[in-house]
Design a protein around this ligand. Structure first.
Ligand code: ZN
Length: 173
């Protein structure tokens, strides 16, 4: 941080692009790992077309069109340092590396989100199954599903798409 932050200007506040569709700004509370506290942020709402421009084809397919990556393609197994897995679309903190476990499914799996505030869960009856979909609370990105066959202490298995996440080492938050 430099001394310019003392000035009463707001140049360092990120203004989300106005999509022209009215000024409906919804503020939500999420947990911020770097500050270690709950903060108020604006919800990010973009059209599919807007996301398409910002993401790779695979990221778009998974996060916006509820796709699923091929099992075994995620490279998070190579991550061995402490850190946070964030939403690839909006940077919201989602999972701590300490809650990641080897599920044998080929998808990165965690036994709990970093905070209940940061994810949304909703019923998903697609593909002839009843599952619980997990989404980013801030931008609505499809992350994966949660199942009840995980390890202690929660018994939950958050089965995620690696392409919906990005890893940030603890020191670089
Ligand atoms: Zn997000």
């Amino acid at each position: 941080m430099n001394s310019k932050n003392r000035c009463a200007n707001h140049d360092n506040i990120v203004h989300l692009e106005d999509s022209g569709g009215g000024a409906d700004i919804t503020t939500i509370q999420i947990y911020d790992a770097k500050q270690d506290k709950v903060v108020a942020v604006e919800k990010i709402e973009k059209s599919d077309e807007e996301w398409k421009k910002l993401l790779t084809e695979k990221q778009y397919e998974i996060t916006t069109r509820q796709g699923t990556e091929s099992p075994g393609t995620c490279t998070f197994e190579e991550v061995h340092e402490p850190g946070i897995f964030q939403c690839v679309r909006c940077g919201t903190d989602l999972f701590r590396s300490s809650t990641k476990f080897e599920s044998g499914t080929g998808w990165p799996s965690y036994y709990e989100p970093i905070s209940r505030l940061n994810v949304m869960e909703q019923p998903d009856r697609s593909q002839g199954m009843v599952r619980t979909e997990v989404l980013c609370a801030r931008c609505g990105s499809h992350l994966g599903h949660v199942f009840d066959d995980g390890p202690l202490p929660t018994g939950k298995r958050y089965c995620m798409n690696g392409l919906a996440l990005k890893f940030v080492p603890e020191g670089q938050l």
